[in-house]
Design a protein around this ligand. Sequence first.
Ligand code: S3P
Length: 427
Amino acid sequence: MKTCIIEPVTAFALQTDAIAPDKSISHRSAMFAMLSEGTSYIENFLRAEDTMNTLDIVKHLGATVRDDGTTITITSHGIKESDTVLDCGNSGTGMRLFCGLLASAQGHFILTGDEYLRRRPMKRVTQPLREIGARVDGRHYGNLAPLCIRGASLKAFDYTSTIASAQVKSAMILAALSADGVCTYREPELSRDHTERMLQGMGANLHVNGLITTIEPLKKLLSPLDIRIPADPSSAFFFAVAAAIVPNSKVLIQGVTFNKTRIEAFRIVEKMGAIITYTLKEDKYEPIGDIHVAYAPLHAVVVEENIAWLIDELPALSIAFACAKGTSVVKNAEELRVKESDRIHTVVGNLKACGIEVDEYEDGYCVTGGVLQRAKVKSFGDHRIAMSFIIAGLRCGMEVEDIACINTSFPNFFELLSAITGEQYAN
Ligand code: S3P
């Protein structure tokens, strides 16, 4: 098991255009290319374990994938039955979106994943898919992977989801593209909308009206993608927190998506006192630009709205809470319990180990800012927990165990960390 030992640093300045490419958009670009005619061009695809697993699955499903080291091209030949099990690794996005994509494909497909993914709930997609005719099954009555899918004809639907989940929404939108009529998907709060933007860009007849998405089945294949993937704001946010907690530090992150469903955590750190500026540079599929974050003393905040817009950033945000004056509160975030780890439990436990006063609730936690202390903490196999506590170590020193999971989303994390600390790390 690999461990990272990190020592505290003093003021630093980092400028980078090398934040890992966006994971959500990378998964989608590989999958959506399967629905298009001709060749899709994807530049800056995330070469991390999760998204490379998705790319492998796309190959197993019959697509021709070429990679010249810069651009990945995908040419679809329709979705073909795979002669092997499709392994999504650690990725909930991979597994849930493939359920939607494969629900109507001809053939029999088995989706599996690592020990963490095989414990995560899949009923949120398998149940609504079954209701429209999909033949999807798995352990615990279709809730746990391995899942098996035998493609079937899908009925048009009007589905109201009780959770604000882009994964559920995307799975249902993908299913809707081959349903037998116009479909409507309703969500309780807006979740990230990359699927809608990308499919619209590829020519799908998909209309968004607030929380209601209407999808017409495809009459013909979509246009191929021609996309450069922006930097992932969820990965960028670790370095934003680093600048926000180490006095007199600053970071300039270039080429990151400004999609409002993704940068809410930056807005929260700004509300806490950090000095943040946004410079928009381009707008194709997504608004993209540079974010500058500079240190200023932080004060506590209550986070209870737009939770879906910062769900992945809450572990790193909690490190900022621990360095802020006062008690910060997170509510309405029960979804954290079913991420790569139970992130309410893992954040609370690790912060306690660092000497911070924390209280755990069913749907969140509160953190009273104090003096972060060096500790030995675990990642629980969760990349975002590992990176959050390594960043905390920039302030107080830290030993983080089981860090290999960082490769699922941010393989060059340690290179950027080295640019701050001057140390070399073995990952
Ligand atoms: C994702 C959606 C989010 C997020 C996950 C990626 C996506 O999950 O936590 O890391 O790419 O659609 P939910 O939509 O299930 O909340």
